[in-house]
Design a binder for this molecule. Structure first.
Ligand SMILES: [Zn+2]
Length: 279
């Protein structure tokens, strides 16, 4: 599932590739491609010029020379791809956009196998699309309030993993990077935030920022200029994971076998030796 680093990689790719292009024709090819909250049909984009991109957490948007933006959420498997003549056409195209900039043409498609992703035309409120206004800043956002986020977590009495995944406290962290951050900070995923010191919570937030920054950097270096891709869990960062998806493999730090537990309907991977639960 795409998390912040993957979404940011896609945003950077789009920013680089399609800014300045005009949308000649936009078509949705699946009844669920466009969210029901969209204020207009996709064809409203016809004739609009792309001026840039934005992101809040895992919400991504394309800004236009219009009083609205095109919002995209990649869901579980959403991808933006530039169609290439020498490559087979993607199998799950939900929407397509014919783009033009003077004599140059591009065919951008939104491909989504599992259809949890969506597109939507929305207005901006304080610089953010209406569907993303409840989403908190992520650690890379210049408006991210580090101390306030630590305080917010410390004031709750919830498991640290649950707090990390709560997009209204801090956005961007999904299951993979939550497990990695907790492993790096040596904190058990079930530790209660009220029982952790502010220093410990800070170290978890720092670890989450660090691991996501590394993933963004890798996404950037492996980025193919003409092929914007999000490969979710089996993506480019997989080789660098220390805990996530490594059940029964040795902890890279101490050699104990990584354990997997399930709570909150999600798997958590941790090292039982490095990440002891506070008793
Ligand atoms: Zn360990």
């Amino acid at each position: 599932m795409p998390e912040l680093p993957e979404v940011e990689t896609v945003r950077r790719g789009l920013q680089h590739l399609i800014t300045g292009y005009r949308i000649v024709q936009a078509d949705d090819l699946h009844p669920r491609a466009l969210k029901s909250e969209s204020i207009a049909p996709l064809s409203t984009l016809n004739g609009a010029r792309i001026t840039g991109t934005g992101r809040r957490g895992k919400f991504l948007w394309i800004t236009l020379d219009r009083p609205f933006v095109l919002v995209a959420h990649l869901g579980m498997s959403g991808q933006f791809l530039i169609q290439q003549k020498d490559r087979p056409s993607p199998k799950h195209i939900r929407a397509q956009f014919a783009l033009k900039r003077s004599l140059r043409k591009l065919d951008l498609v939104f491909n989504d196998q599992r259809t949890f992703g969506w597109l939507s035309i929305e207005e901006l409120a304080d610089g953010v699309p209406t569907s993303a206004t409840h989403i908190a800043h992520d650690p890379f956002d210049p408006h991210f309030d580090y101390q306030a986020t630590i305080t917010k977590m410390a004031q709750r009495n919830i498991r640290i993993k649950t707090a990390l995944l709560n997009q209204e406290i801090m956005s961007g962290v999904g299951n993979i990077y939550a497990d990695e951050a907790l492993w790096r900070a040596k904190v058990h995923p079930e530790s209660l935030t009220s029982e952790l010191s502010q220093k410990k919570i800070a170290s978890v937030i720092d670890a989450a920022s660090e691991v996501m920054r590394e993933a963004i950097a890798k996404g950037g270096t492996s980025f193919d200029d003409l092929y914007i891709n999000v490969n979710g869990e089996s993506g480019f960062f997989e080789q660098s994971l220390s805990a996530y998806g490594r059940e029964d493999e040795p902890c890279p730090r101490c050699g104990a076998l990584i354990k997997r537990i399930v709570f909150g309907a999600r798997s958590s991977h941790f090292c039982p030796r490095c990440q002891r639960k506070k008793s």
